[in-house]
Design a protein around this ligand. Structure first.
Ligand code: NDP
Length: 248
């Protein structure tokens, strides 16, 4: 693939065997980036994403790395550098949450969600910055729930996604001099295995979203390409909602 806005760039997308991450990995590859993607349990899905990218003429590699395991996350970053000779774009996407009343959550539940949704973002970013040159791009997938949560039982998830947006703002201050941008993308309802368009929350989420429907994962990828590319050099520290108007 050539002639794309990300020709010659290398990217790591965490949690990209399925859902939003897989759509981002496919799109970055179409724009010309060599893409490493991590997965935890869905090896077959991850390999399929790689095969599809390669069959379209792109470069991709799948790396197993549980986001709850800091050493595995670091190894995924160094594995990307070894595979492609550098790292220009990090997309922190791996994440998820359990919707339960606070009283039903254990400390282990809390620690795991914090490890995946916050610590892995911090670890991957720290390791990536050891390899990333000036002009690099760090994009983290937060959630519009950090701004507006319309139902009960999302305390830990919401806490973690608000933390990602705060981390992004603070890091933008640090990396401005290196021309590395850091941004958070906060999706609204997106149809994936984690949040099916006919799932438990669908009726409420659809009703609260002005455009009146879930997004397909592919609808997020144009914004990611923009943030990953050369035209967004003056966008940093931002929290960008892509939510069908849900947060208004
Ligand atoms: P899915 O559950 O559909 O997919 C999650 C992806 O992340 C899979 O590829 C999965 O890989 C991977 N993953 C999950 N846990 C881990 C882990 N511990 N280590 C490594 N990889 C992991 O989720 P979505 O695509 O819906 O969500 C992606 C991101 O978008 C998340 O951060 C989520 O919080 C955020 N988001 C989603 C919204 C939605 O409506 N869908 C709305 C707002 C934010 P594997 O199968 O191998 O475990």
């Amino acid at each position: 693939m050539s002639g794309g806005s990300l020709d010659g760039k290398t990217a790591l997308v965490t949690g990209a065997s399925r859902g939003i991450g897989a759509a981002i990995a496919r799109r970055l590859a179409r724009e010309g980036a060599a893409v490493a993607l991590t997965y935890n349990s869905s090896a077959g899905h991850a390999e399929k994403v790689v095969e599809d990218i390669v069959s379209e003429g792109g470069r991709a590699v799948a790396l197993k790395a549980d986001a709850a395991d800091a050493e595995a996350v670091r190894a995924a970053v160094t594995g990307t550098v070894e595979a492609f000779g550098g790292l220009d774009i990090l997309v922190n996407n791996a994440g998820g949450g359990t919707m339960k009343p606070i009283g039903d959550l254990t400390l282990d539940d809390f620690d795991r969600e914090v490890a995946v949704n916050i610590r892995a973002v911090w670890v991957a970013t720290q390791e990536a910055l050891r390899h990333m040159g000036d002009g690099g791009r760090i994009i983290s997938i937060g959630s519009v729930f950090a701004d507006r949560i319309p139902m009960a039982n999302g305390t830990t998830y919401t806490l973690t996604k608000a933390a990602v947006a705060g981390f992004t703002r603070a890091l933008a201050r640090e990396l401005g001099p290196r021309a590395i941008t850091v941004n958070t993308v906060q999706p609204g309802p997106v149809a994936t295995d984690a949040n099916p368009a006919d799932g438990e929350f669908a009726e409420l989420m659809t009703r609260l979203t002005p455009v009146g429907r879930y997004a397909a994962p592919e609808e997020l990828t144009g914004l990611i390409v923009y943030l990953a590319g050369p035209e967004s050099a003056y966008v940093t520290g931002a929290t960008l909602n892509i939510d069908g108007g849900y947060a208004v």
